[in-house]
Design a protein around this ligand. Structure first.
Ligand code: 6PG
Length: 253
């Protein structure tokens, strides 16, 4: 599959429909991956947007349609806080999803934030290598949010991390809102190695940055650097976030 030059942008009516559509995609991608390769690997995201998706996946509509024994959960980025800290991306997924589905503990590959950030990044890179059998992961699905400044995972505008080509995982420091500053993140080549990358963007506060990322070719925002080299890129956005998009994008029901 060649680089996909035209990401699909689907506009959903509201945040609830967005989460539901994302859950439908997750179910389908998981089923296909397990059918063809015997297992499904997903890198989850943090922030405020994906919780609703995780609740859908754990709910009656999806839970029994997902072959949890063959599902492996990873994280696209993690904040360097204890796993039970309210700022932990792992904690968000545990409380909304992992605790409510029959996924084996061994299939939940969280970042070891008990270690210092560089050691946690190395340990996570080793875990990826052990799982994928190669220094570079090839996730079936990478979920991403869009930061208000255009960041993705923990790759922030102007950061040297955007130029990292030798390592799949690195530790970074970045202050964003009141969130923990020390983080561990997949790098761009690791994200771009995925079979599918799915952005979830919700709310009017994201309208300006979404317009800049999707419709301002000159912008150097991190989110514009996400281009799977042998995979698909899809943006699921709600109508409030899509308000400033000039181009017409299909509206999903
Ligand atoms: C994190 C992230 C981050 C997030 C965006 C969007 O750990 O903070 O994974 O990249 O996805 O900041 O966050 P919201 O969904 O809260 O807007």
């Amino acid at each position: 599959m060649a680089t996909d030059p035209h990401p699909v942008v689907l506009v959903l009516p509201d945040a609830g429909a967005l989460a539901r559509a994302a859950a439908g995609r997750f179910v389908n991608v998981a089923a296909r991956a397990v059918r063809t390769r015997g297992r499904f690997s997903a890198a989850l995201s943090g922030g405020s947007t994906p919780g609703a998706l995780y609740r859908w996946l754990a709910g009656d509509a999806c839970r029994d349609r997902i072959p949890w024994n063959s599902v492996h959960l990873f994280w696209g980025d993690e904040r360097c806080v204890p796993p039970d800290d309210p700022g932990s991306n792992y904690r968000l997924a545990r409380e909304t999803l992992v605790a409510h589905v029959p996924i084996p503990d061994a299939n939940v590959h969280r970042v070891q934030t008990e270690l210092d950030p560089d050691a946690a990044a190395c340990a996570y890179a080793e875990a990826l290598q052990g799982f994928f059998g190669s220094p570079w992961p090839r996730f079936d699905l990478v979920l991403l949010g869009l930061g208000g400044d255009g960041h993705v995972a923990s790759l922030f505008p102007g950061s040297a991390a955007l130029h990292e080509t030798g390592r799949p995982v690195i530790a970074v420091t970045a202050q964003y809102e009141d969130r923990p500053a020390r983080r561990v993140t997949l790098t761009l080549p690791a994200i771009n190695s995925a079979r599918q990358v799915l952005f979830l963007v919700s709310g009017e506060a994201k309208a300006g940055i979404l317009h800049a990322v999707l419709e301002s070719p000159a912008s150097q925002l991190p989110a514009r650097l996400v281009h799977p080299t042998a995979g698909r890129l899809t943006w699921l956005v709600d109508a409030a976030a899509a308000r400033r998009l000039a181009r017409t994008h299909p509206v999903a029901g």
